[in-house]
Ligand binder design. Structure first.
Ligand code: ZN
Length: 269
């Protein structure tokens, strides 16, 4: 306590002449970093031909991930189409849709089957009987959309394991900002290749005012270990980036997918 008081006093009494010179961010970087090329390259693929709340999340995700490129540590390309050679991307981020045309689906399949990385949010995983894309359903862990909570609302989230880089530094539970929660069938957990990282806490049930979910297993963040991917349920509306814990989850997921690149971990170069 005494030390703290002295420190405050010292800061408060510092004169103009005693202030240290400010140094540029470049000057304090480790020498080994200076002049290196960006560590990795990401493509954010989204659509505006979706409901407004999913547009909002996509636009905010562009802003969120773009901010993380500050200092040119990595490259973020943003596109509403998938075309050309995707192999140069360490990860493709899909905040609100998955590909719908045969050409784009084929490109994405080839990209993922050859070691690509995926970070998908919310409606990017939506698929039902009318989607007719078996590969994608298997890629997600074999699941289809079952039901949702409505209206969007906050929810208590249980972090299921800390034995994973996506969740290692997260609390046991946190309250996610308002979003729409999807439930899936079959349960993603029934697939031995799926590792569930977070789920909606049973303490929330019954949840919803219009569309009410009364119970059941409710995984909301998982990885299909057959691929380099993470799916995150959040992504409805304009509040999803308002919570530091959840933002950390998003950054962790991006970092982990990229770190598993077959080209090597770019954070260790
Ligand atoms: Zn939604």
């Amino acid at each position: 306590m005494l030390f703290g008081l002295l420190l405050v006093a010292a800061c408060g009494s510092r004169t103009r002449q005693e202030r240290p010179e400010f140094v540029s961010a470049t000057a304090v970087r480790p020498a080994s970093y200076a002049g290196k090329t960006p560590r990795f390259k990401a493509l954010l693929y989204y659509s505006d031909y979706v409901e407004e709340a999913h547009q909002q999340f996509a636009h905010q995700s562009v802003e969120f991930f773009h901010k993380l490129t500050t200092g040119e540590g990595w490259i973020l390309d943003v596109s509403k189409t998938l075309e050309g050679d995707l192999s140069g991307y360490d990860v493709i981020i899909m905040p609100n849709v998955s590909p719908s045309s045969p050409e784009e689906r084929k490109l994405f399949e080839e990209y993922m089957e050859n070691g690509g990385g995926w970070l998908g949010f919310h409606a990017a995983a939506y698929n039902d009987q009318s989607t007719h894309w078996d590969w994608f359903r298997n890629f997600l862990g074999g699941v289809r959309f079952l039901c949702n909570t409505w209206p969007p609302q906050p929810g208590l989230v249980d972090i299921e394991t800390h034995d994973h880089d996506v969740t290692r530094n997260l609390p046991d539970a946190y309250v996610a900002p308002s979003t729409e929660f999807y439930q899936w069938q079959p349960d993603p957990r029934s697939n031995p290749s799926v590792k569930v990282l977070a789920s909606l806490s049973p303490k929330n049930f019954p949840m919803g005012l219009k569309d009410v979910v009364f119970g059941g297993d409710f995984p909301i963040v998982w990885t299909n270990t057959d691929y380099r991917m993470v799916y995150i349920n959040m992504g409805h509306g304009d509040e999803c980036f308002s919570d530091a814990t959840q933002n950390l989850l998003f950054v962790n997921a991006l970092r982990w997918v990229v770190s598993c690149s077959p080209r090597g971990n770019p954070f260790e170069r």
